[in-house]
Design a protein around this ligand. Structure first.
Ligand SMILES: [Zn+2]
Length: 416
């Protein structure tokens, strides 16, 4: 018989309800890797065959997820992509393993790759995690990012570079054959690199449609770096699944997104821009002059405004955002949710949904809700994140993380 665990005396935030949901007293029964029962009453079990864990009123919510992850960036990462690419693979993978563990210990049970620095980073980490060799989240693996010849990223030697739809299709097929399931394409510039402004558009409809079709054949999907309106609109009309950044949204872009409301997600990465324009990166060389030149101030204002428009249009928003810089350190992932509340006008539960019930279907897994039949990926915290979302950033309040029905992390200071 599959292992059974009863989480007793909990406060359950299911993330199955509306954004007004509050944690309620209840029990959660886990059988094997799935949630078997969620009850507002005491669930009776035979303690001889079921492990009973009394949570003493701690909150149980779905494990969190991040949809824009670079697991390749070590804990001490400072923009040194070339150095990371050259690190001996064995040593580098230990850095990657440390990042994977950090995600899990931070309450993150699901991540979607947004491009790697050494080609197999996501795949090797996923394999080691799935085999139980190292602790880490569920991973939708990405491969090297894909750039268009002459476009942003094409010259660094770290990306796959393509010239046309045929080449792009080949790259997508090749990455998928290695096991990649979230392909990351660069279809716009980025203000931080002045010669490639955010308004620039790379690739075209034909290329993206070919990439989407090829990925689909392999059970994979396309994600894009798209900052300007025109690139966002192109992504939406060609079948891209996840649009990263979407800093600028004109009416065309918004209309194109609305037309695909049921199968597209937007992952802004708001905390990253917030940290940049707030000067948090200054100790690492991002001077006020550089930030000014990047246009990030305008981009940040525009992104906040766009976030409100996306919400009003009912387009699903994801949490996730390039964590791993020293000014947005690994382990601080839930800061994104705080920004959504403070700047995006979301309720705490709505912000939590961006990391749970919105993210499960984007990742293609039965995760993100505390609901019978769903995978038992759960986070147990003290306090009420539905009242104060910053609770999720506090390591001292984090009691335990369950993944696949097993305790993947137990805070040594606070036993569950
Ligand atoms: Zn990124």
């Amino acid at each position: 018989m599959a292992g059974r665990t009863l989480l007793q005396n909990a406060r359950v935030l299911t993330c199955s309800g509306d954004t007004g949901e509050r944690p309620r007293d209840g029990d959660v029964l886990i059988e094997g890797d799935r949630i078997a029962e969620v009850a507002a009453h005491r669930i009776d079990v035979d303690p001889a065959s079921t492990r009973v864990v009394d949570l003493h009123g701690a909150t149980v919510l779905p494990g969190l997820g991040d949809a824009h992850v670079h697991i390749s960036w070590p804990l001490d990462f400072v923009f040194d992509h070339a150095a990371i690419a050259k690190t001996p693979p064995g040593r580098h993978m230990l850095d990657v393993a440390a990042v994977a563990r950090t995600f899990l210990e931070s309450g993150y049970t699901s991540i979607i790759g947004a491009g790697v620095t050494q080609p197999l980073d996501d795949l090797l980490a996923k394999d080691a995690i799935d085999r139980g060799l190292i602790p880490g989240p569920r991973i939708v693996p990405s491969g090297p990012m894909v750039a268009e010849q002459g476009g942003l990223g094409a010259d660094g030697g770290l990306m796959d570079v393509v010239a046309d739809a045929r080449e792009l299709r080949e790259v997508v097929a090749r990455q998928c054959d290695t096991g990649v399931r979230a392909l990351k394409l660069f279809i716009s510039g980025d203000g931080v690199v002045p010669q490639f402004p955010s308004d620039d558009v790379y690739m075209n409809d034909e290329m993206l449609a070919a990439a989407v079709e090829e990925a689909d054949r392999h059970g994979a999907f396309i994600t894009v770096h798209a900052r300007g309106s025109a690139s966002v609109a192109m992504a939406a009309r060609t079948g891209v699944r996840i649009v990263h950044h979407a800093c600028f949204l004109d009416d065309d872009a918004l209309k194109a997104l609305e037309a695909r409301r049921d199968d597209i997600w937007v992952c802004p990465g708001l905390h990253y821009l917030y940290a940049m324009v707030s000067g948090h990166a200054e100790p690492w060389g991002m001077t006020p002059e550089k930030i000014e030149a990047s246009g990030y101030h305008e981009e940040f204002r525009s992104q906040v405004e766009g976030l409100h428009r996306l919400r009003e249009s009912g387009i699903r928003i994801l949490a996730g955002g390039d964590f791993g810089h020293q000014w947005t350190r690994h382990g601080t992932y839930a800061a994104e949710l705080q920004r959504y509340v403070e700047l995006g006008g979301m309720t705490p539960v709505e912000a939590i949904h961006t990391a749970t019930r919105n993210l499960g279907p984007a990742a293609g897994s039965d995760t993100g809700q505390v609901r019978p039949g769903y995978l038992a990926d759960l986070l147990i915290v003290d306090g009420d994140p539905a009242a104060d979302v910053t609770v999720l950033q506090r390591p001292d309040l984090r009691r335990a993380v369950i993944k696949d029905g097993k305790f993947g992390y137990v805070n040594p200071e606070v036993h569950p």
